[in-house]
Ligand binder design. Structure first.
Ligand code: 3HC
Ligand code: NAI
Length: 705
């Protein structure tokens, strides 16, 4: 039979009696319109071609099919629609088989579940991750997966968004057979021929029944309750459970109808827009100008200077990435503590059964503690994490300059300090860069890569490569006080202080911020991080503070009492007997009151919405200034910084995406209204004014490339 010669991303050819259908839509075979059309054509061909006794579906390249084309969401829908194509394929009289060698996700797994038999190769990854995009499987997946796996496991798969390995998928009932190798065509053809030889007839998933319906419904009700608690503010999880209930209670055709209605509700929700923005933004931040011009330097052996909170966390992140680490501390006692800090993390994993003692020993074999700089002569990359003091850091960098081999990358983990000045303390500023990790550094995903004026492009690219090796989400930032994240944080934190002094309690502000979708409010965060840290920063900045600027002293009054938060048993909240959840403290409220009186402020009431309008307006306005100054490359870099480093609710997409969704004129109008109370603090960013005047949004600045 002739090959089909066309530009279609679906290739159809007859191999003996089997119609081989190859999805070829790089990079991940997403189901864009032309793929759906190609699949429909294949189904028609199978129906009409007497020579074809069965159909095999495979994916070209690294994926089977990674799902719907996420870029099509929010655009007018284009026929043919996947549910209809799949229903027709499933209903046909000839055998249809999927051979899965890579990701079969979302719509991709839905294609596979609508075939009659499924074969998985070792590289297969099966999942229904739509929930991560604010969606639910919308091509029959919520109806077919419970029929194959059982109601509760299917609901759990969809709620978690997790991927199953080939073996786990076999155990779960999602696939029928495993095969070796990585060639889905060869393995698939062998399987199809085996099925044909044994006279196997189509087995339609839609005809299966969910077992033990009463128990399934009870389990789903329980799951719905637990999920409501866990996924506070999220829209699609409850809808997923509703769909699974429909799969238990309704005939397939009706269940699919219900799924369609709920899918469209999710598709049209602002959460879907926020989550899809987050999906692409997270992948865009690694696209930086330097990547076009340079290749990364080689690195395998690292030095980490300082074994405190950050040094130890970064060491774990590096060891986990397979790198070797020499840790340098000031003296024997400090390095012993540094080593302990590292071991504590692995011992914690062992205690939870997530690591074996042998694995810990193998990892620690790549760790070398030392108090001598002579031991880092041959390292490829250094990360300094000593005290946040410019003189201490300059002294360390002088020492690094003296001992390190030429071409070694010299990085600092400073939170606020001037990296240009640190670079200038060496004879090789071209090798000096900022690597701003977040605490705990072995867990937090964000890595701000701070690019000083004189650094070489290949050092920047090396930093991005390190982020990739460590599975971090990198964001390129410029040098300024606090870079992207901490600089913006200090401004909206200040807005929260103003609201506090003007009448809202810290507990109301925290509640408003949680209601917005953050896991914690700013006063809870301060108690967790330690009030002494912010206090030290405020003291450091006191000399350069604009004397006309409003300064709220309440936090100083709390810190002066030694109330640093959880570690001292009280801060903004009380933590009796080491409790991790704080209780409201009337004495704190009395301090707040006294400070208001001192300034002659009559407290006024704020609704949660009023609190958040100020909090967010401050964040967005400073974000616009950060963009204007080139500290952030694009609005999406700010979004990713806040999503991965500051607990910003992912379903809102990030602060700049949030601003776009509100409408920039509304945000600017708020800033201008607040400026009537405090013109110095609320100076609208010129970029924000310009975008509003031109009728544009932040997204218009998110060019690709
Ligand atoms: N649609 C459009 N583009 C996609 C895509 C999709 N479903 N999945 C991945 N891409 C793009 C990425 O944006 C990236 O583009 P870029 O190179 O321009 O930045 C490129 O493909 C490669 O992706 P990754 O960098 O993520 O590659 P990895 O190899 O690390 O991961 C993957 C591959 C596991 C497939 C991962 O991309 C992934 O998880 N994709 C999303 C899967 C998903 O959520 N599917 C469900 C979609 S919703 C759906 O199917 C609805 C249905 O029920 C109707
Ligand atoms: P830390 O006080 O826990 O650790 C600092 C360590 O550096 C101590 O163990 C100390 O003995 C060691 N040290 C000091 N001088 C040294 C020298 N000359 N040579 C070798 N070791 C020396 O401090 P932490 O929290 O780990 O912070 C370190 C750096 O990381 C600071 O620059 C800080 O601003 C930054 N940072 C901190 C974050 C946090 O949340 N703690 C987050 C991101 C960055």
């Amino acid at each position: 039979m002739s090959e089909q010669a066309s530009a279609s991303p679906v290739h159809i050819r007859l191999d003996g009696e089997v119609l081989v259908v190859t999805i070829d839509n790089p990079p991940v075979n997403a189901l864009r319109q032309a793929v759906r059309a190609g699949l429909q054509e294949a189904v028609e061909r199978l129906e009409q071609d007497a020579a074809a006794r069965a159909m095999l579906i495979v994916g070209q390249g690294k994926a089977f099919i990674a799902g719907a084309d996420i870029r099509e969401f929010g655009k007018p829908p284009m026929a043919p629609f996947l549910p209809e194509v799949l229903n027709r394929m499933e209903a046909g009289g000839k055998l249809v088989v999927a051979a899965i060698h890579g990701p079969a996700l979302g719509g991709g797994l839905e294609v596979a579940m609508a075939t009659h038999y499924r074969l998985a190769l070792p590289g297969a990854k099966l999942g229904l991750p739509e929930v991560n995009l604010g969606l639910l499987p919308g091509a029959g997946g919520t109806q077919r997966s419970p029929r194959l796996m059982g109601a509760l496991p299917a609901a759990e798969l969809m709620l978690s968004g997790k991927h199953l390995s080939a073996k786990a998928a076999l155990a779960a009932g999602l696939v029928d057979k495993l095969a070796e190798g990585d060639d889905p065509v060869a393995a698939g053809l062998a399987y199809v021929r085996e099925l044909l030889a044994s006279g196997t007839q189509p087995r339609r998933t839609c005809d299966l029944e969910v077992a033990d319906k009463a128990a399934a419904l009870a389990a789903l009700d329980q799951l719905a309750q637990d999920t409501a608690k866990k996924t506070r503010g999220l829209f699609s999880p409850a809808k997923i459970i509703e769909c699974v209930k429909a799969a238990v209670q309704m005939p397939f055709a009706e269940g699919v109808k219900r799924e369609r209605e709920l899918f469209l509700e999710c598709l049209n929700s602002p959460q879907r827009a926020g989550l899809v923005h987050a999906f692409f933004a997270e992948r865009e931040t690694a696209k930086i100008p330097e990547a076009k011009a340079a290749a990364p330097r080689h690195f395998a052996k690292l030095a980490i200077i300082g074994g405190g909170t950050m040094g130890a966390g970064i060491t774990v992140a590096a060891l986990d990435a397979g790198l070797s680490v020499v840790m340098i501390e000031r003296d024997a006692e400090s390095i012993a503590r540094g080593r302990k800090n590292v071991e504590k993390v692995y011992d914690g994993l062992i205690a939870k059964g997530r690591m074996t003692a042998e694995a810990k020993a193998a990892t620690m074999a790549r760790y070398q503690p030392s108090t001598s700089y002579d031991d880092i002569k041959d390292v490829d990359l250094v990360i300094e994490a000593v005290f946040e003091d410019i003189e201490v850091k300059k002294a360390v960098f002088k020492e690094l300059d003296r001992v390190c081999k030429p071409g070694a990358v010299l990085a600092t983990n400073t939170s606020y300090l001037d990296i240009d000045a640190i670079a200038a303390s060496t004879s090789r500023p071209q090798d000096v860069i900022g690597l701003h990790f977040f605490s705990p550094a072995n867990i937090m995903k964000l890595l701000e890569i701070v690019v000083p004026a004189k650094v070489a492009p290949d050092v920047v690219v090396t930093a991005f490569e390190l982020a990739k090796r460590m599975k971090k989400v990198p964001v390129r930032a410029g040098v300024c006080d606090g870079f992207i994240g901490n600089r913006i944080l200090s401004v909206y934190r200040e807005a929260a202080n103003h609201v506090l002094e003007d009448g809202a309690s810290p507990y109301e502000i925290d509640a408003a911020v949680r209601e917005f979708g953050y896991p914690m409010g700013p006063f809870q965060v301060s108690d967790l991080a330690g009030g002494d840290i912010g206090w030290a920063t405020r003291k450091r900045k006191a000399a350069t503070r604009d004397p006309r600027a409003r300064y709220v002293e309440i936090a100083d009054r709390i810190a002066e009492r030694g109330w640093y938060g959880q570690k001292t048993g009280r801060g903004w909240y009380l933590y009796p007997e080491g409790a991790r959840v704080g209780q409201q403290d009337p004495e704190v409220l009395a301090i707040v009151d006294a400070e208001r009186k001192k300034k002659g402020i009559t407290p006024r009431a704020f609704t949660h919405e009023e609190i958040m309008r100020r909090y967010m307006a401050a964040m967005v306005n400073e974000g616009a200034k950060v963009l204007e100054e080139g500290i952030a490359l694009r609005p999406l870099d700010i979004d990713v910084t806040f999503l991965f480093g500051y607990g910003f609710p992912r379903w809102r997409g990030g602060p700049m995406q949030w601003a776009d969704m509100q409408g920039l004129p509304k945000v600017l109008a708020d800033i201008e209204a607040f400026a009537k109370e405090d013109a110095l603090f609320w100076q609208p960013a010129p970029l924000l004014k310009k975008l509003v005047a031109e009728g544009r949004n932040f997204a218009s600045l998110n060019q690709r490339g």
